[in-house]
Ligand binder design. Structure first.
Ligand SMILES: Nc1ncnc2c1ncn2[C@@H]1O[C@H](COP(=O)(O)OP(=O)(O)O)[C@@H](O)[C@H]1O
Ligand SMILES: [Mg+2]
Length: 284
């Protein structure tokens, strides 16, 4: 099993190495990086390239580790027991009918090897990663309600992503292979754009990329625009048929690039950018 990038996803050499290292070590691949640098998409692409179904678990601040294993729906069972004559009470007798399987259960019991994405693990509370240590290590867990051991038929290929909002516990890190997706350099970014907009006019692209990296390099930005924002912006520039001149701010009328709302997502950053454009104009 080797991952080599794909038609729709630009993978740098070190990213491919990391994916294959995680596969070889049979450890989860922990992918960190700014939002919009292709972490979620990586799991989708690797799963597709290796022909594996992908089970996704998107983590929220309220997500508990147990939900990934299973949940026992006691309320439904109680209700059914009160309405027992509906199907002669058969359903209520079997507790399996009230076990809601989580993604780990599904991944462990799948007949073929699957990929499993635990997306944005840093959203959950600090205990969450620790609570999954044993399951990820041993690839098994115990269901107390049904008294069965759920053991992985095939070891799933696990991807864990983090936007770096919280530190992860050391014991958890020890069990993962780690990769940080660096923000793409200009060449890589060009390849990514090519994948999404194969027919884009060269000069428009060059001007747009320059504006984009200029904005990213502004000191003091609260939220730097990333790959997905650039792609959004390019899509708009094409859709609105924005002329090249609007991006090359030679004359004073052009203040801020058109549709800058695709790149800058809060008013402080827009103000900062406007100030800079203003200052540049008066220094000329
Ligand atoms: N290496 C890449 N190749 C192709 N498209 C990419 C790449 N990185 C990011 N993108 C684009 O950026 C979007 C956001 O990526 P996503 O995986 O959601 O980022 P993250 O999960 O890191 O926040 C994707 O939908 C894709 O269009
Ligand atoms: Mg994501």
């Amino acid at each position: 099993m080797k991952f080599q990038g794909s038609q729709t996803y630009v993978a740098t050499q070190d990213l491919m190495l990391a994916v294959n290292a995680a596969i070889t070590l049979k450890r989860p691949l922990l992918v960190k990086g700014e939002p919009g640098t292709g972490k979620t998409m990586l799991a989708e692409e690797v799963a597709a390239a290796l022909n594996m179904p992908l089970l996704q678990w998107h983590i929220k601040s309220t997500t508990k580790a147990q939900q990934g294993l299973y949940e026992y729906d006691a309320v439904s069972r109680l209700r059914d027991s009160q309405l027992a004559d509906v199907d002669g009470g058969e359903r209520v007798k079997n507790i399996h009918n009230y076990i809601v399987q989580g993604v780990l259960w599904q991944a462990f019991t799948a007949d073929t090897p699957v990929a499993l994405l635990i997306d944005e693990i840093d959203k959950a509370d600090i205990e969450f990663p620790n609570d999954l240590l044993r399951e990820i290590d041993r690839m098994e867990f115990y269901c107390y309600e049904t008294r069965e051991l759920i053991k992985a038929k095939h070891r799933p290929l696990v991807f864990i992503t983090s936007n770096n909002e919280k530190e992860l516990p050391d014991a958890f890190l020890r069990r993962c292979f780690f990769h940080f997706i660096k923000f793409p350099d200009a060449v890589t970014m060009q390849q990514i754009v090519d994948v999404h907009f194969p027919g884009l006019k060269k000069d428009l692209l060059t001007a747009a990329m320059k504006t984009f990296f200029d904005i990213r390099n502004l000191p003091g930005l609260k939220k730097k625009p990333s790959t997905s924002e650039l792609l959004d912006w390019l899509k708009l520039l094409v859709a609105e048929d924005i002329p090249l001149e609007a991006l090359q701010s030679k004359d004073d009328k052009v203040a801020v690039p058109p549709l800058v709302g695709a790149l800058l997502k809060n008013e402080q950053d827009v103000t900062l950018f406007e100030k800079l454009v203003f200052m540049q104009r008066h220094n000329r």
